[in-house]
Design a protein around this ligand. Sequence first.
Ligand SMILES: [Zn+2]
Length: 587
Amino acid sequence: MGKFNNEALVKEIKGRLSIINLVESYTSVKKTGKGYVGLCPFHDDSNPSMHVDEEKGLFHCFSCGAGGDIFGFYMRYNNLSFPEAFSELAKKADVNIERQPESVPRKSQNSVLYKINAVASKYYRKILIDSSKGKLGRDYIQMRNISAETSQEFSLGFAPEGWDSLVKFLTKNKVPLSIAEKVGLIVKRNNTDGYYDRFRNRLIFPIQNIEGKVIGFGGRKIKEEDQPKYINSPESDIYKKRKSFYGIDKSKDHIRREGRAVLVEGYTDFLSLYSFGIKNTVATLGTSLTREHVSILRRYTENVVVIFDSDESGKKAAMRSLDVLLEEGLLPHVAPLPPGKDPDSYITEMGKEKFDELIENSTSWVEFFIDISIDQYRKGKLTLNTMVKDIIELLEKVKDPVETSLRIKRTAEMLGIQENEIYSLIKRGRGRSKTGAAKPQRTYPSHEKLLLTLVLKFPDLGEQLTHENWEDLISTAEIKSILQEIIVQGTSDPSSLLLRFDDKVAHEMISEALLSSPDIFNGQSASKIIQGCLVKLKLSKLDEKLKFLRIEIDEAIKGKDAQLEKKLLIEYRDLTKQKQREEGKAS
Ligand SMILES: [Zn+2]
C-alpha cells in the first residue's frame, strides 16, 4: 500500500461507499451520540466495543485493537491483500479502476501467467473435443455422467499421451517456456536441457478463480495403472490452494441465490452435482477447508452443508472442514451419505430429487455430533468421560452463545446430568485454549499515544515538535513514523494518511487516535497538552539516562577507576540539573 499511488481512486471509492453500510453487512451496529458501535467481528465480543465513524471513515475496536478504514475492514474481514480489496470495493462503488491499469503493477505481471493458462486450457479443450487423441477423455466424461454442457461450461480438456505435446505447442506459438514453467504446466528436465509436460494422458480440469480466470489445472488419470489418481498444478503467484475453490466462479451466484453452499471434496463430485442441476456447490482442491476458504464463502452465504462421505478418509476431511467452519463462527450442517456412497455415486443412482432431500434434511453439525456421541456411549463404544470430553471440545469451538447454551441444555437432558457440570468443564477448557478471547493489546507509552492523538486531530500543531529533538523522545517506531509523515508531508485527512502506511499496527493506531476521545480539545488547549507531553517524554528520557549512569558509576567505583567515576559524576550532575529545569516547566 505504501507505494500505491492511486490516492484519487481510493478517495473516490471511499467517497461513494459508506463505512457504516459496509460494516453493517457483517455485524449490526447501533447509533450512539456522534458515532456507531457494534459487536466487533474480529474477536469474541460480547459487549459492543467496535466504534465506527462515518464522517472520518474509520472503525476501531477498543477491545482487540482492530482498526482502520473501509479498506482495512474489508481486507481483514475477508483476508484479502490491499489490491484485492481495492478492486472488489471499486466494483461495489462502481468506480472504474481500469482507466489506470498501472495502479496495480502486480496485476500486469500476473496477467502473463493467466494468459499462458488460458492458452493451455484452450489447447487441452481442443484435443478433448476435436482430436482422435481425445477419445479416451470423451469416453471417461461420458462414463462419469458429466453432461456435454457441463464439460463445455467448465472447459474440460485432455492432455494427450507423450512427454512434450504441450511443450511443442507452446514453442510453436512462441510462448516463453520459462513462464509456462512458473505456472507448473511444464517441468524442467533433470539431466538435459528442455522441459516436459506435467499433465500426460489425463483428463484436464481448469481451475478458475472467482473472476473466471484460469489459475491452475487438475488432471485425472485415465489408465488404471497410472499414478497418482489426481495431479494438481503446483502453487504459483496466481494459484494458492488455501484460497481456491473449484467452480466458484460458476456457482457463486447460485450460492447467493439459494442462500446455501454445498461443500464437496473434488472436481468429479462437483461436476456430477452440477450436471444434475445442484449448482450451489463448491469443492476444495487437495486440501481441507481453510480459514481463507471460509472468508470467501461467507461473502455469499453463512449456510454451508458439508457432504459427509461415509468412508474413513472422507469422514476425517469433512470433520476438519466442519471444525474450521465452527471456529470461523458459522453453524454448518451435515448431510451424511449411506455407507459406500460418495456424492457422485449417490446422485447418479438416486437422482436429483433424492439428493435435494438429503440436503433439505441436513442437520446442524453440533447436534449431529452430540447425537452420535451419545449413541456411541449408549452402545458402549465410548466411555462417559471420553464422550463428554469430545462434546465439550466441540462446544468450545462454537462461537454463538445461544447455540452453545441450547446444545448444553439438550446434552444435559439426554445424559441426565446438570447443565452446570458441563459449563464448568467448558470453562476449564477455555482457560487452557486461547480461542475466542481478545488478544492482549500492545501497550504504548501513554504520552506518546496522547501526542499522536493530538497531532492527528490538529496537524498544524505538529510544528511544535520540530522545536525540540522530538524524534529522540519517541520510543515507539510506528508512532514516530506517523508523526514524521504528518510533520514532513502534512496531511489533509486521515484517509490519505492511511494510504501511506501499509502495516496494520499503524492503521490501528491512527484509527484509535482518531476515534478514541470525543473532541474535547480545542487547538489552544491541545497546544498546551502537547507541550506537557513533550516535557513528560523528556523527563522520562532523562530518568532513563540517569538510571544507566548510576549503573556505570557503580561499575566505575567497583573497578576503582577514579577518573571515569569523576567524569560520570559530572555528567550525572548536569543531567540532574537539566531534569530540575524540565520539572520546573512541567509544574
Ligand atoms: Zn475487536
